[in-house]
Design a binder for this molecule. Structure first.
Ligand code: GLU
Length: 417
């Protein structure tokens, strides 16, 4: 019988492996492998028809030793407590490795947003935020966009919190519209981080970006920005996909031809862009210099890893590679820039947005992008160097840095009381 996939189990297995390697004190291991707080809420929404529907929602804080919890909220029919716990744990490592003063959190609602009208979506968002209000706040836990959530929803979150408290509080969410204290560069930031990671590692391997063939799975915020930016750098984007299909063109695809698309099958990148229609499995198996999975977790698994012919994998999604696939890639010397390193651009610029909001002083886009590139390149360099030195994967090297900082913070703070 096939084992059902558990993202949280994957996150814990990744942690256990490195905690063992680091000989981390077992009592700290126990603290770090579980979330400190998991909240389940049931969110009732009056639908346009007049009936009331209830949706399960979650907010999980994995660890807050280094600062307030930080992490996105996703709206998807895949959302479960298991998934949110895994994503919250990965946020802890992402913020720790990035060197920003946050712990890890994540939230979500199990809902199909395509079934909702604008009004229903707004009522769902506002009621969810009201339900989790007691555990969020600019110094407690700061949500942000994730899958199927965007700046508009962050504005509703911020307004709901502000109405309930009576103060306009910019710092309670990030990824807000520019008019409401958002940061320049935030929308592109996660995709830009994927671009920075790909260019950095191509450079280390001595590959000219203009000769690099790139395949990107997913054309949401992360995948679309990564595709546009790498295309601007002169890379040849030979494969792209979205939920409706995938397309391959050895001559190169222009992602700009698909940016104005709507979320419907007729507007899939596989329909809008010229090339061969291929399956998702064929996309992941294309021969290329860079493969960037920017969709969902559990995409590169023990089943399809052996077919992957990329030289470098840059994880734009959270958790796209299972431990079995990771082992295969390590043995075949495929370099994997792990999710919590490569997709940290979003939360890094969220940190910049939070700082700007608290200071009421806003930076130029160039300042934001330069600070992001400096921080990401520093982190990639140190992780790559440790991986080379110890002959371990970049994921394990990244975990060493990330776990050490959080474990040190827990130790220094002590266990209360
Ligand atoms: N949802 C993004 C992530 O997974 C961004 C989180 C944030 O900005 O807090 O990293």
């Amino acid at each position: 019988m096939e084992e059902t996939y558990s993202a949280f189990n994957q996150a814990q297995r990744e942690f256990d492996k490195v905690a063992e390697m680091m000989k981390l004190d077992p009592s700290y291991r126990e603290v770090l492998r579980e979330p400190v707080r998991s909240l389940l809420v049931n969110v009732p929404v009056r639908m346009d028809s007049g009936t009331i529907k209830t949706f399960p929602g979650y907010r999980v804080q994995h660890n807050t030793a280094c600062g307030p919890a930080k992490g996105g909220v996703r709206f998807s029919t895949d959302v479960t407590l298991d998934e949110v716990q895994a994503l919250a744990m990965w946020m802890t490592w992402k913020c720790s490795l990035a060197g920003i003063p946050f712990g890890g959190g994540k939230g979500g609602i199990n809902v199909d947003v395509h079934d909702l009208s604008e009004g229903e979506l707004e009522r769902l968002s506002r009621r969810y935020f009201s339900e989790i209000q007691s555990i969020v706040g600019p110094e407690k836990d700061i949500p942000a966009p994730d899958m199927n959530t965007d700046a508009r929803i962050m504005a509703w979150f911020m307004d709901t919190y502000s109405m309930n408290t009576g103060n306009t509080t910019l710092g309670v969410v990030t990824g807000k519209p520019l008019e409401l204290g958002g940061s320049l560069g935030r929308d592109a930031a996660t995709g830009r981080g994927v671009e920075i990671s790909a260019l950095n590692i191509l450079g280390k391997k001595g590959v000219d970006p203009k000769k690099a063939r790139v395949v990107i799975q997913g054309f949401g915020n992360v995948g679309a920005w990564a595709a546009k930016l790498l295309h601007d750098d002169g890379c040849k984007i030979i494969g792209l996909s979205d939920v409706y299909g995938a397309v391959y063109n050895p001559k190169g695809l222009n992602p700009y031809d698909a940016v104005e698309r709507a979320m419907k099958p007729e507007d899939s990148v596989s329909k809008l862009l010229p090339g061969d229609k291929i399956t998702n499995d064929e996309l992941l198996a294309l021969e290329c210099e860079v493969l960037a999975p920017c969709a969902l977790q559990n995409q590169l698994t023990g089943k399809n890893a052996a077919k992957v012919r990329a030289k470098i994998i840059v994880e734009g999604a959270n958790g796209p590679t299972t431990p079995e696939a990771d082992q295969d890639f390590f043995e075949r010397r495929i370099t994997v820039a792990p999710d919590f390193l490569a997709n940290a651009g979003g939360v890094i610029v969220s940190y910049f947005e939070w700082v700007q909001g608290l200071a009421f002083f806003f930076w130029t886009e160039r300042e934001v992008n330069n600070k992001l590139a400096t921080l990401m390149n520093q982190n990639i360099d140190k992780v790559y160097a440790l991986a080379e030195e110890k002959n371990i994967s970049m994921r394990d090297a990244a975990y060493v840095f990330a776990i050490k900082r959080v474990a040190d913070a827990v130790r220094l703070r002590g266990i209360y009381p």
